[in-house]
Structures are given as structure tokens and as C-alpha cells.
Write a new protein. Structure first.
Length: 263
């Protein structure tokens, strides 16, 4: 079976800007510490590079406080890239900044058009389908357009429901391998992962659900011992990355990179 949904030759990241302290957040749990965030970002980039991948670490964009969360700006597939249209008005310019970068890496770069809205944090690509969560940031028109654009490359899009109060679909889940998904019990209970093997996050460790499988490594936020133990027991090579400051802005491991292998 193919494993192209988690084996990547490239990644794009962006360093956090000083304006990150003004980033969007559902609940104010404190102002992010830029120094700690920069240290964690360096660790994250170094871990991606340790797998042999080429990582393009872009410079900070102070005009866009949330621009460190590059995943929301695009969907990168082997056949081409699709520039998103974020549902948060203050983030629209981030996608415009990413588009020319993607055009240096891909021969085909498509775009979601108005009036649709969709963010990469709501998109989970598996070996068999693309799951897209309808959320406060991703609407029906955005999902419809994504389905139409990816159909030309042979993909099938399936819409799923994001639990109430959860920002993005991948806030509560992540792909571990071709058949396995890490998910919170509240998301798994919806039945959206029928046919997949599901590993649940431990009680009280729901924030651990947003990990990434990147080549042979699983990167997860530090501080969730029970979920980490479950992943290690299941045979995964886990690396913990500090995420305390990104978490204050509803950010996690997947949010911090675009991961792909252009054909």
C-alpha cells in the first residue's frame, strides 16, 4: 500500500513574528512568549530536517500575526497545490503571500475562489480520501470547490462535522499511517473514521491529538505522557516538541508546516 500521505521530501515553515502576541485565540490563556516560541520553532524545523527532508523556513511576516501557522494557507499534494481562502478575515493575506512561494515549487497551483472559505487545518489527507471538516473557518462552498479541484487528480473529498467548540478538524485528529488515525474520543464517536484503526488520546490529553507523521517520525506536543506512551506502545518513533506558546493561539504540530513531495 502507498504511504505518500506521510512520506515527504519537502516542508515549508515560517518563523513567528513579534506580532504573534496579537494572534487570534478562542480563549485568552495568556500572551505567547516570543522567545520560547522561536526556540520551539527551531526545534521543530530541525526535527523535520533530521528526516532528510528539504525545509524552506520562510521569514516572519509581522503584518500577519498568525502567519506562523502556514498549514492553513494551502493544500499541497504530489500533483499540485491549492491555495486556501481562510475563514478568518485577518488571515486572507497569508494565503496571498504563500501563493508565489508554491509557484516556485509546483507547475500547477490552483486557488479557492470567493465566496468559498477553507483552511488547511480542516483537511486530513489519507491514502484513500481527503476528509474535510465543516467548521467556523471552512464552509460548504469551500469544500465543494476543493472537491472539484482535487477530482482532476483523482481524489475523493468527504465532508465531516467538527465537534462544537473545536476550531479545526485536525485540532482533534491526525494521521499516523495509512490505516491509523489518532483522535479524541469526542471526534471518533461521530463515526467519521469508520474503516480506519483509531488510537484515542488519553483522558484530559485532547490537545495531543494534533500531531504529525513525517516520514519515520511522529511529532507530538510535549507534556502528554499517557498519549505518548500509547503511541510508543503501538510502535511509533515519537519526538516531543514544546508547544505551550502556540497552544495559546489554538496552534499545534500540523499548523506549523506544509508537508509535501511534488511530483
Amino acid at each position: 500500500m502507498s504511504d505518500r500521505s506521510f512520506r515527504f521530501s519537502h516542508a515549508i515553515t515560517r518563523a513567528p513574528a513579534p506580532s504573534i502576541t496579537r494572534g487570534l485565540r478562542a480563549v485568552d490563556t495568556g500572551t505567547p512568549d516570543l522567545g520560547i516560541m522561536l526556540e520551539n520553532h527551531r526545534h521543530y524545523v530541525a526535527t523535520l530536517r533530521s528526516t532528510g527532508a528539504q525545509v524552506l523556513d520562510l521569514g516572519p511576516l509581522d503584518a500577519y500575526p498568525d502567519s506562523v501557522f502556514v498549514e492553513d494557507t494551502a493544500l499541497c499534494l504530489p500533483e499540485g497545490a491549492i491555495v486556501m481562502r481562510p475563514g478568518a478575515p485577518t488571515r486572507m493575506g497569508e494565503a496571498a503571500e504563500m501563493a508565489p512561494v508554491l509557484r516556485t515549487l509546483y507547475s500547477e497551483v490552483l486557488e479557492i475562489a470567493a465566496p468559498g472559505h477553507i483552511e488547511g487545518g480542516d483537511i486530513l489527507v489519507t491514502e484513500r480520501e481527503i476528509l474535510v471538516g465543516r467548521s467556523a473557518r471552512t464552509d460548504a462552498e469551500g469544500i465543494r470547490q476543493l472537491g472539484a479541484l482535487t477530482a482532476r487528480w483523482g481524489y475523493t473529498v468527504r465532508e465531516v462535522v467538527v465537534p462544537k467548540g473545536v476550531l479545526h478538524f485536525k485540532t482533534d485528529c491526525s494521521l499516523l499511517d495509512a490505516e491509523t488515525i489518532l483522535a479524541t474520543p469526542r471526534l471518533a464517536a461521530s463515526g467519521c473514521f469508520e474503516g480506519y484503526r483509531v488510537i484515542h488520546t488519553a483522558e484530559g490529553e485532547e490537545a495531543a491529538a494534533n500531531t504529525i507523521r513525517f516520514n519515520d517520525l511522529v511529532l507530538m506536543p510535549a507534556g502528554f505522557a499517557k498519549t505518548r506512551a500509547a503511541l510508543v506502545k503501538a510502535g511509533y518513533d515519537v519526538r516531543e516538541i514544546g508547544n505551550t506558546e502556540c497552544a495559546k493561539l489554538d496552534g499545534g504540530m500540523s499548523c506549523l508546516s506544509l508537508r509535501f513531495s511534488p511530483s
